[in-house]
Design a protein. Structure first.
Ligand code: NAD
Length: 441
């Protein structure tokens, strides 16, 4: 038991990290963790590993690293596994994805080769641009879920793992709207048994995780735990869920810049964003159905930050366009261009151009690591259902129905750090700061 905080079970034993989708992001995450553990690279971009948290007053001088403040699983206790349709081990995926250099991969070869994917639950109707030789087969979608449950049990026993977290790093599935089968746990289970077409593979993984009391994180724009059925099930089983769609390149920049315009009451006429991307994610997103899922999460960001209803004169009439073009020569090195048409004093127009030459998986890997560690913490702290305090990491943060999401990255950061302070029984920080001047009287 902490001071006045929450009772958090210790991070004892090993934490199994199970990943549907052993592709560019997950292989970069796994190789990166091994590289850090061998004392070579630094976990840059990981707020849990590199970030600090201020405790008490600014004059107290207490700013520990987050990983020293809250009882997170140490990196050495992580055991990785997962499912994929391709059958390649993680070393082969790293080589093919060409994100990390050979000189960084070779010392890790044996460790990476040892991680081989389990056969996937896959359906081409949900991801068109992908060949899938290694998949499970069963009579019903319910049976497929049961096979995943068995995989998890076997993984736990084989690796002597104490707890599990599942994080979806699989391809983006085609866009789908909620339908009747998603509306309650009862209907959902029946739909699994009836092989209902509205149940996607990512929902089957999520269902298998939740009934196994394993927290589920959704790194893609898929519906999955955004369905009322799985939300309800997560609350019933007291399992933490978080999503959706990792916030990395262009959307990260949007949620850094747009709050600044709003804070200074600068207006917006338009924001045109385009990207070229040549990795397998880009190939999958080349399919209009998968792109539609991405477009929805990418577009919602500005509308929420620049609230047109509250500020009709500033944001009542802006154009927002997002494009992603698959361009193989670039591989994982995405290039994004933003043209931002803003206006200032008396309506005079100005332009801002952002040209971000980023590396998709280099940005996503630390986000995935933090989400794994913080969701495991949430579960041990007895936080279950939607973990809105992890909005910081998502393009389309999951919230309780009827509650608008916070997209402003600085609000998200305050929310996350205050949640950690709350867990540990530390005073929340309001940034009021009058107390420093009261001392002078
Ligand atoms: N890299 C980023 O910056 C970023 C940001 C936000 C979201 N994402 C999302 O993260 C996911 C992973 O991205 P990536 O670059 O690693 O893509 P990737 O194509 O390299 O990897 C995805 C992997 O998932 C596998 N897969 C597809 N369906 C599966 C299923 N049903 N079961 C098991 N495996 C399955 C594919 O075979 C592939 O190996 C994508 O959905 C992407 O949109 C990435």
């Amino acid at each position: 038991m902490t001071k006045k905080g929450v009772n958090i079970k210790p991070a004892s034993g090993k934490l199994g990290v199970l990943i549907p989708g052993l592709g560019a992001v997950s292989s970069t995450l796994i190789a990166g963790v091994f590289d850090v553990l061998r004392g070579h690279g630094k976990p840059i971009g990981s707020v849990t590993q590199m970030g600090t948290i201020r405790l008490g007053k600014r004059t107290d001088g207490r700013s520990p690293l987050i990983k020293d403040f809250v009882p997170l699983a140490p990196l050495k206790d992580l055991v990785f596994g997962g499912w994929d349709v391709h059958g390649e081990n993680v070393y082969e995926v790293c080589k093919r994805s060409a994100v990390l250099k050979n000189e960084d991969l070779e010392p890790l070869k044996a460790q990476l080769e040892a991680i081989k994917p389990m056969d996937a639950v896959f359906d081409k109707a949900w991801v068109h641009n992908l060949e899938a030789p290694h998949v499970k087969s069963a009579a019903t979608k319910y049976d497929l879920a049961m096979l995943l449950v068995q995989d998890m049990k076997r993984f736990k026993a084989e690796h002597g793992v104490d707890r599990l977290v599942m994080i979806w790093c699989g391809s983006t599935e085609v866009h789908t709207d909620l339908c009747d089968a998603h509306l309650s746990t009862e209907k959902f289970v029946q739909a699994l048994k009836d092989n209902h077409e509205a149940i996607s593979p990512s929902m089957i993984y999520a269902y298998a995780a939740i009934i196994s009391d394993v927290p589920y994180i959704n790194g893609a724009p898929n519906l999955a735990v955004d369905t009322p059925a799985l939300r309800e099930l997560a609350r019933e089983r007291k399992v933490a869920i978080a999503g959706k769609d990792f916030k990395t390149g262009q959307t990260l920049m949007k949620t850094i810049l747009a709050p600044g315009f709003r804070a200074r009451s600068l207006g917006l006429n338009g924001w045109y964003s385009t990207n070229i991307l040549g990795n397998r994610d880009g190939e999958v997103l080349n399919d209009p159905g998968s792109f539609k899922s991405k477009e929805v999460t990418k577009l919602s960001v500005l509308e929420h930050i620049l609230d047109a209803e509250q500020y009709p004169e500033l944001y009542g009439n802006f154009q927002h366009k997002v494009r992603i073009d698959y361009y193989p020569p670039r591989g994982d090195d995405k290039e994004g261009w933003d043209n931002i048409d803003i206006f200032g004093w008396l309506g005079y127009p100005m332009q801002i151009k952002v040209n971000f030459l980023c590396r998709d998986s280099i940005l996503a890997a630390p986000v995935a690591l933090d989400l794994v560690l913080l969701t495991d913490l949430a579960q041990r702290a007895g936080f279950y259902g939607i973990q809105e305090w992890l909005s910081f990491y998502f393009k389309s943060p999951q919230t309780k129905p009827g509650l608008y999401p916070e997209h402003d990255i600085f609000v998200q950061k305050t929310k996350m750090k205050n949640t950690l302070r709350y867990m540990m029984g530390e005073e929340l920080i309001t940034h009021l700061g009058l107390e420093y001047y009261a001392e002078e009287d």
